[in-house]
Design a binder for this molecule. Structure first.
Ligand code: GLY
Length: 362
């Protein structure tokens, strides 16, 4: 078992990682002052797979709110249905929400927790790699608006995060691998040794070796915690976590969610590092290494089908981080040396899209 601490001035919380750590949830909840009841928010798939493992160890009154699987549950409509349930069950300020699931459940449940009665406590129990290494830590919660992802939300920190690596065993391979892109990203922006560790341990990671997963998740959570503590509300440093995401989100949109988020982030990282390499920055010497590292973890390194560079450029302009008409990229001068760039040109984006073109059109 490993732990990490998110040591925010407004209140620190712990992240506990390892096999069987779900059994630590009940004792933790009992120690939180005044919690009489828990509300577990989860989705259909996760409830079928993991709800009994959680509830059998939870010797506290609780009820379960199950939402449909998938991104569509990150909506105000779904949040309203959960609020209706909380109202029907007379959920009070002292009750605690447990988010059991991947990023969608965590973002929705965190948003509901942050807004119900102006905020009730919640804990995150992520069941995907993506949520374990990224979304469950740092307090970004919210739902989507038809005009864009995550447009409605609050920064609202959990009281604790429990990452039970046993719960990752049921993840389909493709989802498991997709989440690893965020882990590579953390190594690239902040921890060159973590990047090397991925390269040296790809087989152990892919075989879901318990020690390797615990190490990987703990290393990621520590990086995430450090960045969030330095800049909780993304007014500066936290923006580096968007490395690979500007082009990644554009790809996600252009392909209408044909690829997983992490797969798009992986492609976005290759493309964005191609831009940085084209500027003559030292990262040029590592671009092939990044491609190889993603490939070794079974992530795509080329688009599955052609997307026009103009379309990617137009989609980048719709990114939430556009300010004053300028797209703000988080590039890397070198591994571990991120830099913000608002002067990336349409031509550079064209070259970057060409670098990840499908093999047939490369
Ligand atoms: N996933 C990016 C962040 O938490 O800021």
């Amino acid at each position: 078992m490993e732990t990490a601490l998110v040591d925010l001035p407004t209140g620190a919380y712990s992240i506990t990682i390892g096999g069987g750590v779900r059994d630590r949830i009940a004792p933790f909840v009992k120690k939180l002052s005044g919690v009489d009841r828990c509300v577990i928010i989860t989705d259909h798939t996760v409830s079928g797979l993991h709800l009994p493992a959680l509830t059998s160890a939870l010797s506290i009154p609780h009820f379960v709110a199950i939402v449909p699987d998938g991104e569509d549950s990150k909506s105000l409509t779904q949040a309203a249905q959960v609020y209706d349930r909380l109202a029907a069950e007379r959920v009070e300020r002292s009750d605690l929400i447990i988010a059991l699931g991947g990023g969608v459940v965590g973002d929705l449940a965190g948003f509901v927790a942050g807004t119900w009665m102006r905020g009730i406590r919640f804990i995150q129990v992520p069941t995907t790699i993506e949520a374990a290494v990224d979304a469950s830590v740092g307090g970004k919660t919210g739902v989507n608006h038809p005009r864009g992802k995550n447009l409605i939300g609050v920064f609202y920190q959990p009281s604790a995060v429990f990452i039970d690596t046993d719960l990752l065993a049921t993840l389909p391979d493709r989802d498991f691998r997709a989440g690893l892109a965020e882990s590579i990203k953390h190594g690239l922006i902040r921890d060159p040794a973590l990047l090397t560790w991925h390269e040296q341990n790809a087989a152990r990671i892919l075989s879901r070796d318990a020690d390797a997963l615990t190490h990987l998740i703990a290393a990621n959570c520590r990086i995430k915690a450090e960045v969030v503590v330095a800049d909780e509300r993304e007014s500066g440093l936290r923006a580096i976590l968007n490395h690979g995401h500007t082009i990644g989100h554009a790809i996600e949109h252009a392909l209408a969610h044909e690829l997983r988020h992490g797969e798009c982030v992986g492609l976005g990282m290759i493309a964005e590092n191609h831009i940085a390499a084209g500027r003559g920055w030292p990262i040029a010497g590592d671009v092939q290494r990044i491609i190889d590292g993603l490939a070794a973890l079974g992530l795509p390194t080329r688009l599955p089908r052609q997307i026009e560079a103009d379309d990617i450029y137009a989609l980048c302009l719709q990114d939430k981080k556009v300010a004053g008409g300028q797209i703000r990229f988080q590039l890397l001068e070198a591994v571990g040396r991120p830099v913000s760039a608002s002067d990336v040109t349409a031509d550079e984006i064209g070259g970057a899209v060409a670098a990840i073109a499908p093999v047939s059109s490369a």
